[in-house]
Design a protein around this ligand. Structure first.
Ligand code: G3P
Ligand code: MG
Length: 237
């Protein structure tokens, strides 16, 4: 079977994560799609960043939830990575929609803030519906509560549950949330043939992360993963 290759935070092995430069590069490398992380600004804008604070990936400091979009847009999200990327900005979800090829797969990971979950379910569902990309978007999260709420708000959404590496030994298919899940998103070192077979029998698609070595990507392909999330979409087999 064909495994989709998704650039993790774009092509973040070659460009500053979660920037438009990183997403564009992933598509130039032939990625089938990209994975990226979403937080919420003070006025409720959906902004793309991995951490709940801007400190690690910009020249600024502070919590995204406490900042207006106008403040966030002044930050340089590229020069920490390299001078060639000076001036890159933290994108909004809409800006990612604007540059991503329409047929590409967008894996939107919803994160929690410093003080817990954001009230993002309605605005996110609304943005996805109005994008016309419903069938190309997977919303994933480690937070089961988000997925349950999102299912209530918009049952058509494709939802994916992320599985932490430390759940390797405690994971059970019997304790998954009782909503329809489009996919499971385990850490790649979690995978073996038996687990993949069981997930398949239960009807789950598998999108695994973050396989960066070529041999690990090949192993995930060999196992028959539906999607492989990698910092190096240029290393696709
Ligand atoms: O969605 C897969 C992966 O991105 C989950 O972990 O910390 O990189 O967002 P993280
Ligand atoms: Mg992520």
């Amino acid at each position: 079977m064909h495994s989709l290759i998704l650039g993790h935070r774009g092509a973040s092995g070659h460009a500053p994560e979660n920037t438009l430069a990183s997403f564009r590069l992933a598509f130039q490398y032939g990625a089938d799609g990209v994975e990226f992380d979403v937080h919420v600004s003070k006025e409720g804008a959906l902004v793309v960043c991995h951490d709940p604070r801007v400190d690690r990936t910009t020249d600024g400091s502070g919590e995204i939830r406490a900042m207006n979009l106008s403040q966030i847009k002044k930050l340089d999200a590229g020069s920490w990575y390299g001078k060639d990327f000076t001036g890159e900005r933290m994108p909004t979800l809409q800006e990612v929609f604007a540059i991503a090829p329409f047929e590409s797969i967008l894996n939107i990971e919803v994160k929690k803030g410093v003080h817990g979950l954001y009230p993002l379910e309605k605005p996110l569902a609304s943005a996805i519906l109005s994008s016309g990309r419903l069938n190309q978007i997977i919303v994933s999260s480690f937070e089961t509560k988000y997925l349950i709420n999102l299912h209530q708000v918009c049952p058509q959404l494709r939802l994916g549950l992320l599985i932490h590496p430390e759940e390797l030994f405690s994971f059970s298919f019997d304790t998954l949330p009782s909503i329809p899940l489009y996919s499971l998103h385990p850490y790649f070192a979690f995978l073996n043939e038996e687990w993949v077979k069981k997930a398949r029998q239960k009807g789950y698609r598998i999108f695994t992360w973050t396989a960066n070595d070529k041999k690990d990507i090949e192993y995930c392909v060999h196992l028959g993963c539906d999607g492989i999330i990698t910092n190096y979409p240029d290393r696709r087999p």
